[in-house]
Design a protein around this ligand. Structure first.
Ligand code: DGI
Ligand code: FE
Ligand code: FE
Length: 187
């Protein structure tokens, strides 16, 4: 784990590395509460944004290399929407991550998906609420929900994300909407 932390420190910018550590430790706390392997949570947290520092051109190149199919909305927003899918392949290829659950948590951390595993939910939520995040609204409520009812935290995060994207006139990925519809229906 120490090795992976040092590798990420070398390969990510300072800010992205600090966010990464925040996600890893927040995920480890949530893992303890929800009965998920702490080591997997730490690894997924450390690796989740391993492709975030690549520019659009590199992301699209890596999609081709890894055979990742791209939707129209992803093609128009490659760094924000594809760093997670590329990141999962890159983590396996470059950092030797072999655990399918860890790789799935990396792959789905941006839009989420219906019927996520507990580790996927933990990384999705930890990404939004790690201590270094201070700009999003409702963080107090979301942090409280994360430790009491993680599905409710998911719904709140997805609602706030969609609201934020609309307010900035950013395109919504149908995948984000599908995740919200699924978890709203579960409440
Ligand atoms: O990589 P991070 O910044 O830590 O966080 P992230 O992977 O959750 O999200 C990356 C960006 O993607 C963030 O600015 C929110 C954005 N995003 C999430 N859902 C959608 C989206 N962007 C667009 N355009 N459409 C979405 O549906
Ligand atoms: Fe990300
Ligand atoms: Fe992140």
């Amino acid at each position: 784990m120490e090795d992976l932390r040092i590798t990420m420190r070398m390969n990510l910018g300072k800010e992205r590395y600090e966010h990464t550590l925040g996600v890893a430790y927040t995920a480890a706390c949530l893992a303890g509460l929800y009965g998920v392997d702490t080591t997997k949570a730490l690894r997924a947290g450390l690796l989740h944004d391993c492709a975030k520092c690549f520019d659009s051109e590199s992301i699209l190149y890596l999609c081709k290399k890894y055979g990742i199919s791209i939707s129209e909305v992803e093609r128009r927003n490659p760094t924000s929407l594809l760093h997670s899918k590329v990141g999962a392949k890159y983590a396996a290829d470059e950092y030797g991550e072999k655990d399918d659950e860890v790789l799935a948590a990396i792959e789905h951390h941006t839009t989420g998906r219906p019927d996520m595993s507990m580790l996927e939910k933990i990384i999705f939520v930890a990404d939004y609420m790690e201590p270094g995040r201070d700009k999003a609204s409702n963080l107090y409520e979301i942090r409280k929900l994360a430790f009491s009812d993680i599905d409710k935290a998911l719904v709140k995060i997805l609602q706030d994300t969609l609201e934020y994207l609309s307010s900035k006139n950013k395109e919504i990925d149908p995948a984000t909407k599908r995740t919200l519809e699924y978890y709203s229906g579960q409440q």
